[in-house]
Design a protein around this ligand. Structure first.
Ligand SMILES: Cc1cc2nc3c(=O)[nH]c(=O)nc-3n(C[C@H](O)[C@H](O)[C@H](O)COP(=O)(O)OP(=O)(O)OC[C@H]3O[C@@H](n4cnc5c(N)ncnc54)[C@H](O)[C@@H]3O)c2cc1C
Length: 384
């Protein structure tokens, strides 16, 4: 029997895995997505911020590895991913300067382009920023943002043109296990036999795994964004930015727009009908927490995004085989899956195709919590 892999979920992670499996000619590849196109969940709402700076070595490695795919998407995958190298800046206060310096060194050692800047040096590049209370900046010229929905659609198109079957509106109701192995999936349009199932169904992966006796430490969390539109045509002259002094983040949005983080009750479980962000919360984030961009005062609020992602206890992905033979999970992206998707797609496809292990994925194994070996950053910050 030709090895057949069913990927459950057509968000950016499932799409990246299916595209890489199909490109390698790794047997039959079938992707089931309950929604349409790029799915119905985190990916569609994602802010798409791209950076290499992380606090855990394994995350830095994946982010650096994936950057060329964003930069050369047309050539490597086909179509566009909306990559905009607006620059990325991480702003920290006095107490975090040493950690910042050490993490900048780690990003450089992994092959990323980054510099430690004085606030004045950043202000000279981006006159639209106000930097009071900032003691140091990690700056990445290649950071910025992309278009998660556009990228996922193009990954799915590329997977299709390399022979994968991408099924829209196909809900996987349960995994079919015979003896000790997965032999298929039961969907709303019938059963699909397979040798491997990759659970990339975001936060909904837990219910499918649970039903075959596999407990995944992933819980749903809301992530909200507000969108502000500038009063002037030149827009907001800002990089993609994480402000560790206030816990806020924002990024420019092409022409005159800017997305910014809006906090939302994280414990509310996802429902079929999504609630909307409340206006008082959006105003609060824009006016009090978006202090760093003075020009936002003249702009107007223009929209919101609200989505659910699966979070793990150490806020890092769960990637690897677990439970019955043939079951592999790639979930729990914990609010950061977009920027890691190209590397996750490449390395998961490698592991499935070769039935081997890749050292860069070893820290992410789902068994790490039972073994009491969560990922612990060496040098962390207040918020990040
Ligand atoms: C508002 C917001 C802002 C974000 N900002 C950033 C950012 O700036 N940078 C960054 O890197 N990351 C960001 N993220 C996180 C990132 O978008 C996610 O980590 C990533 O999109 C997760 O992708 P996924 O494929 O794992 O999950 P999802 O996108 O949730 O995809 C899972 C898919 O599985 C499908 N599915 C579920 N169950 C089934 C089933 N039984 N059968 C068939 N299909 C099923 C769903 O319909 C869905 O399409 C943000 C997320 C949100 C919500």
């Amino acid at each position: 029997m030709t090895p057949t892999t069913v990927v459950v979920g057509g968000g950016v992670i499932g799409a990246a895995i299916a595209q890489q499996l199909a490109r390698r000619g790794a047997g039959e590849v079938v992707l089931c997505e309950q929604g349409q196109g790029a799915g119905a969940a985190a990916t569609v709402q994602s802010g798409g911020l791209l950076r290499q700076h992380h606090t855990a070595d394994c995350d830095i490695e994946l982010a650096v590895r994936g950057l060329p795919t964003f930069q050369r998407f047309g050539e490597l995958v086909g179509g566009y991913c909306g990559y905009q190298p607006s620059g990325f800046a991480l702003l920290v206060g006095e107490a975090e300067v040493e950690a910042l310096r050490l993490n900048v060194d780690k990003v450089k050692a992994a092959g990323g382009r980054t510099d430690l800047l004085e606030p004045d040096q950043l202000a000279a590049r981006y006159p639209g920023l106000r930097l009071d209370g900032v003691a140091a900046v990690a700056y990445e010229p290649d950071g910025g943002y992309g278009n998660p929905l556009g990228m996922t659609r193009n990954l799915l198109l590329a997977a299709r043109s390399d022979g994968a079957r991408v099924l829209d509106g196909v809900l996987v109701e349960r995994l079919v296990v015979r003896g000790e192995r997965v032999v298929g999936v039961r969907t709303n349009v019938g059963e699909i036999a397979c040798t491997t199932v990759v659970l990339a169904a975001g936060t909904w992966s837990t219910a499918l795994a649970d039903a075959v006796g596999v407990e995944l430490p992933v819980s749903p969390r809301w992530i909200g964004l507000g969108m502000s539109r500038s009063a002037t045509k030149s827009g907001y002259r800002v990089p993609a930015c994480i402000d560790d002094t206030s816990g806020n983040y924002f990024r420019p949005n092409g022409a005159p727009g800017m997305y910014f983080g809006v906090s939302w009750e994280p414990e509310v479980p996802p429902r079929s009908a999504f609630p909307a962000l409340r206006s008082d919360r959006i105003e609060e984030s824009r006016d009090a927490r978006l202090h760093r961009v003075p020009a936002r005062a003249e702009g107007r609020l223009a929209g919101t995004r609200l989505g659910v992602d699966g979070y793990t206890p150490d806020k890092r992905p769960l990637i690897g085989p677990i439970g019955p033979e043939g079951l592999y999970v790639a979930t729990g992206m914990s609010g950061g899956g977009f920027k890691l998707a190209p590397a996750i797609g490449e390395l998961v496809a490698h592991e499935i195709h070769t039935a081997g292990e890749h050292k860069s994925l070893m820290p992410y194994r789902p068994q790490r919590f039972a073994a009491q070996e969560p990922i612990v950053p060496e040098f962390s910050y207040q918020w990040m």
